[in-house]
Design a protein around this ligand. Structure first.
Ligand code: CA
Length: 252
């Protein structure tokens, strides 16, 4: 307990590099980093700041949860194993109160195998440690882009509209009923609109764990989605990228 309290100090660092802020699409977006490993805090903070983000770092779960639920940041980068409050507990609270706030979960490979309900819902993306800075920046940007281009509770691309709160899906104005897993898969593809995502990324983000890589569950569910979203003469805009995975929409 004392350890947790000792680590619970938080630090705030404002962006000072105005050039980076002007040049970067992440300009002045603020990221709340909840992570108790000082080395990772340092790495992530320096990397995100270099890209023009304002970063507030918290080493303790309780304080992290308090700040997260204030909803004053644009995105959260969240470690799972934290003193005070686990990342999953924080994630559940954030999902309840701020369902469209982007959260990027940092996880050890072993942790992601424990499938947890809380990991399934909402604007959640995963990054398995060790990750590269470029990867993290790309994920944060992608999540922020989605939020910026949609109202706070909807995702839209390629004529497909998803309401994250009511979980209703429409294409060309027509409501399309989806199962929970189909819905999560569609949200994941929409959040990575125009990007190629691998089967492994989809598996860990949508299903919450790493299956046997030989599993075809992703392909099966992409098939379901295509059938439900596609219409006569208007196939679903989910493209197969050979030997890699899938892409919703055209490359961009
Ligand atoms: Ca940790």
């Amino acid at each position: 307990m004392d350890d947790a309290r000792e680590q619970g100090e938080s630090t705030t660092v404002a962006v000072t590099d105005t050039e980076a802020a002007v040049d970067s699409p992440g300009a002045s977006a603020s990221v709340l980093l909840i992570e108790d490993e000082p080395g990772i805090v340092d790495f992530v903070r320096r990397g995100l700041e270099a890209e023009g983000f304002a970063v507030e770092a918290v080493l303790d779960g309780l304080e992290g949860e308090r700040l997260a639920l204030k909803g004053e940041c644009d995105a959260i980068v969240l470690d799972l194993m934290l003193p005070g409050r686990s990342g999953l507990e924080i994630l559940e609270g954030v999902r309840r109160v701020l369902p469209s706030l982007p959260v990027i979960v940092l996880t050890a490979r072993a942790e992601i195998e424990d499938r947890v309900e809380g990991l399934e819902a909402g604007a959640v993306d995963y990054l398995v440690k060790p990750f590269s800075m470029a990867e993290l920046v790309a994920r944060v940007r992608a999540q922020l882009r989605v939020v910026a281009h949609a109202s706070t509770s909807t995702l839209a691309a390629e004529g497909i509209e998803v309401d994250l709160l009511s979980r209703k899906v429409r294409r060309a104005g027509q409501q399309i009923p989806l199962s929970t897993t189909e819905f999560e898969l569609l949200v994941y593809l929409l959040r990575h609109h125009g990007q190629v995502v691998s089967r492994e990324q989809i598996l860990s983000s949508v299903w919450g764990y790493e299956h046997d890589p030989a599993t075809n569950v992703v392909d099966v569910y992409v098939g379901y989605l295509r059938r439900k979203l596609g219409g006569p003469g208007e196939p679903a805009p989910i493209h197969t990228v050979r030997a890699v995975g899938y892409r919703l929409g055209s490359a961009g």
